[in-house]
Design a protein around this ligand. Structure first.
Ligand SMILES: [Zn+2]
Ligand SMILES: [Zn+2]
Ligand SMILES: [Zn+2]
Length: 162
C-alpha cells in the first residue's frame, strides 16, 4: 500500500488474499529484523485479525482461535496481541477495544484509523502531518506529548450508498 488509501481496498473489490499474504510476509520480515520469534500462535492470531478488514475484539479472536486450539485461554490471545502491537503489526482501536492488522508495517507511519460505523471496516491513512501539527501545538502549550491515537468515525464509500 502507498501513502494514499487504496480505493479498491475500501470498496472491498480486491483480492483479499494479497492483503493477508502481505501482512504475514511483512510480519516475518519485521520479526527477523528485530530478532524476534513469530511463533505459530502469534502468526495464527495475526492471520485471524487479517481475515477481513473489520476490527475484531479479543474475545471474538479467542473464539476464532479455538479452531486451532480448543483449549486456548484469553491470556494466549492477549500475549500475542501485546507482541503484535509492540512491533506495529497490529493496531488497537481504543474506542472499540478492537484490533486491526497493519497493512504497511514495513514502513514508519503515523496514521489515523477510519472506522465505518455501519460495516465496521477500518482502514488506516497516513496522517504524519496532523501528528506533527498537534505535537507542535502541544509544545507551544508547554506540554510534553507522549502518544496520540487518532480515529475518525463515519461511513465508508459502500455504506454511504445505502
Ligand atoms: Zn483486503
Ligand atoms: Zn499501520
Ligand atoms: Zn462501511
Amino acid at each position: 500500500m502507498t501513502d494514499k488509501i487504496d480505493n479498491k481496498l475500501v470498496q472491498g473489490k480486491h483480492n483479499h488474499h494479497r492483503c493477508i499474504d502481505h501482512a504475514l510476509q511483512v510480519a516475518e520480515q519485521v520479526c527477523l529484523k528485530k530478532k524476534l520469534r513469530l511463533t505459530k500462535i502469534r502468526r495464527q492470531v495475526l492471520q485471524l485479525i487479517c481475515e477481513n478488514h473489520k476490527a475484531v475484539g479479543a474475545y471474538e479472536l479467542l473464539d476464532l482461535f479455538r479452531e486451532f486450539d480448543p483449549n486456548a485461554k484469553p491470556v494466549t490471545i492477549y500475549r500475542s496481541l501485546d507482541f503484535l502491537m509492540d512491533i506495529g503489526l497490529v493496531h488497537k482501536i481504543e474506542s472499540q477495544n478492537a484490533f486491526i492488522a497493519c497493512l504497511q508495517a514495513e514502513k514508519q507511519h503515523k496514521s489515523v484509523i477510519l472506522i465505518c460505523g455501519q460495516c465496521k471496516n477500518a482502514f488506516e491513512i497516513d496522517a504524519t502531518a496532523v501528528y506533527e501539527n498537534l505535537f507542535a501545538l502541544s509544545k507551544q502549550a508547554q506540554f510534553e506529548p507522549q502518544y496520540l491515537t487518532l480515529e475518525l468515525h463515519g461511513l465508508c464509500v459502500n455504506c454511504q450508498k445505502v
